[in-house]
Design a protein around this ligand. Sequence first.
Ligand code: SAH
Length: 215
Amino acid sequence: MQDTYKFKGMRKQLIALLRQDERITNEAIFEAFDQVPRHFFLDLVFAEQAYSNTAFQIGAGQTISHPVTVAFQTQLLEVKRGEKILEIGTGSGFQTSVLCQMGAKVFSVERQKELYMKAKQIISHLKFTPRLVFGDGYKGLPGYAPFDKIIVTCGAPEIPNALLDQLKVGGIMVIPVGEGKEQTMKRLIKVNETTFDQEEFGTFKFVPMLEDKVR
Ligand code: SAH
């Protein structure tokens, strides 16, 4: 896959669109969207559309999240350089790469082998070095915990306890929660080992977070 002036120009247009969304204010997010070639994460036939604000099939019946959704979740996460971030649902690897570009130490879990393999290839081609794990995100990654931040990019029927445990005190988790086709975007701040502050940020549509379905 090639990056070209045309694709760079399309990225600028996408960033202009993101800037119109007043919820997204972190300059580092716009910078990351400028640097990470989103079309690398889509099949060649879709490359032209990589910079429109839509979700796409990435194989295995899964989708790459809307750019605005990626930007908004990243905004809620308040990413700072050097932070240890756990992502559940690597999918295409685009969100993972955005977090890497922002200077985070990223750990990302994907339950589908096909997507895990694809993402691994593209991410290493882009010279990012997150730790990618093929496994069940419900369990988190206890061996690497605790995390400063946790981002879940699939719709969780409920908030997995393992993830609450693996968040640092003072840490932030952003997770879409809901049983049906729609979820409520939630942000949790861990106040102490047993107390979490919770805020809600509207309705989104994610593919479901499935437990014990690693394949
Ligand atoms: N962050 C991704 C979004 C992909 S869609 C991107 O930028 O493209 C959500 C992904 O979550 C899918 O790839 C799906 O397979 C994965 N997923 C669903 N349940 C999971 C689980 N329990 N553990 C890990 N990944 C899961």
